[in-house]
Design a protein around this ligand. Structure first.
Ligand SMILES: Nc1ncnc2c1ncn2[C@@H]1O[C@H](COP(=O)(O)OP(=O)(O)OP(=O)(O)O)[C@@H](O)[C@H]1O
Ligand SMILES: [Mg+2]
Length: 158
């Protein structure tokens, strides 16, 4: 699916320390970037992206952490496909994300990837030279865009 989608209209890539502070920063950056792209704070898209980034970043700095190595956040905006792709890469390739089955592990943990699944059109894991990338693609709704973004994404014929 991902290979076929169009060239991103915009992109953010940021390396961050694999710490709780780095994970919090990832969420904050995502909220700021979505707002700058025309998906304002308080809107469904901005909220959903912040939730997904927070969960993937938390996983990267706990389960995917290799001491001394950063993790990376990438956001890719595909306007013709009405899709926002989130990529969180960490340095560890000996453990993979494994969502808890429904009903399993209701007490401690196992909630993060279920939340990612609920917000996403699709999500998955891709290998890389060092470590892995956990990605999620979220639908964008015009109703969540500012007037400025709607004007950019839906050009009228001259
Ligand atoms: N980036 C990652 N690298 C390695 N393993 C991962 C990664 N992300 C998730 N996992 C594995 O998948 C499991 C499920 O992740 P999930 O985020 O759903 O729950 P959790 O992190 O254990 O708890 P929480 O509800 O606090 O998110 C984790 O316990 C871990 O074993
Ligand atoms: Mg988690």
């Amino acid at each position: 699916m991902n290979a076929e989608i169009s060239t991103p209209a915009d992109e953010l890539a940021q390396r961050l320390s694999a710490t709780p502070r780095g994970a919090r920063l990832a969420r904050r950056l995502a909220g700021q970037q979505l707002d700058a792209w025309g998906f304002p704070y308080g809107g469904d898209v901005n909220d959903a992206v912040q939730h997904v980034v927070a969960e993937l970043a938390a996983n990267a700095v706990t389960h995917g952490r290799v001491p001394g190595r950063d993790f990376e956040l990438r956001l890719l905006l595909f306007l013709p496909d009405a899709t926002l792709r989130i990529e969180v890469s960490d340095a560890r390739d000996d453990r993979l994300p494994a969502p808890a089955a429904p009903g399993e592990d209701e007490g401690e943990g196992g909630r993060g990837l279920r939340l990612v699944h609920a917000f996403s059109r699709a999500w998955g894991v891709a290998g890389r030279d060092v470590g892995k990338t956990v990605w999620a693609e979220l639908p964008l709704k015009e109703a969540d865009m500012t007037e400025q973004r709607i004007g950019t994404s839906d050009p009228k014929p001259c």
